[in-house]
Design a binder for this molecule. Structure first.
Ligand code: ADP
Length: 170
């Protein structure tokens, strides 16, 4: 179908949170096809590998037939061009996201003038949720119910346990 509207939702998703999933569901109901793309972020030291992050997102989006999950090491604007998509979806949280996202949107458009960035807001209870906050809470053994999709909680707990063991055996 030539008129298919495909959007791309990029991020680190380390790991996918309930906030991410809320944005994914909203975007999937607006566009014909949504590609969730795990991007390599050189600035971050990830808890999960790219493949693990892709797998986790696949598990929590299995009920959404128009969502596909991919990963990429290239520039987002180039990736979008290759996929024939003109829309980047971003989630906007209260506070600090705006400046950074605005700058990224401008840069992406400079690289690919046809590209638009559309911002969605998640439900209010996810407004302050980020992967890094969740990882910090998890390190203290806090209850992660509501912050992460149910099946992802165990992945995070297992990874923290594994990392601790490796730290002790060093
Ligand atoms: P994080 O900051 O949680 O590590 P990512 O880099 O994976 O997030 O974020 C990918 C996209 O999802 C970004 O556009 C980010 O603003 C958005 N996002 C992340 N968490 C939320 C949330 N709780 N509500 C709305 N948008 C979110």
């Amino acid at each position: 179908m030539t008129n298919m509207k495909t959007a791309i939702y990029p991020g680190s998703f380390d790991p996918v949170t309930s906030g991410h999933l809320n944005i994914i569901r909203r975007a999937a109901s607006v566009f014909d096809e949504l590609i969730v793309c795990v991007m390599v972020n050189a600035g971050k030291n990830p808890m999960f590998t790219l493949a693990e992050r892709v797998d986790m997102i696949r598990r929590v989006t299995a009920d959404l037939p128009n969502v596909t999950v991919d990963c990429s090491e290239e520039l987002l604007a180039e990736y979008a061009r290759k996929k024939g998509s003109r829309v980047i979806v971003k989630g906007l949280r209260a506070g600090s996201d705006f400046e950074n996202e605005f700058q990224m949107a401008m840069i992406n458009r400079k690289i690919n003038p046809e590209l638009d960035t559309m911002f969605l807001t998640a439900e209010h209870q996810f407004t302050y949720l980020s992967s890094s906050t969740v990882k910090e809470l998890a390190a203290y053994g806090a209850d992660l119910t509501g912050f992460l999709p149910e099946t992802i909680i165990q992945d995070v707990r297992d990874r923290i346990k594994k990392n601790r063991k490796e730290e002790i055996n060093k």
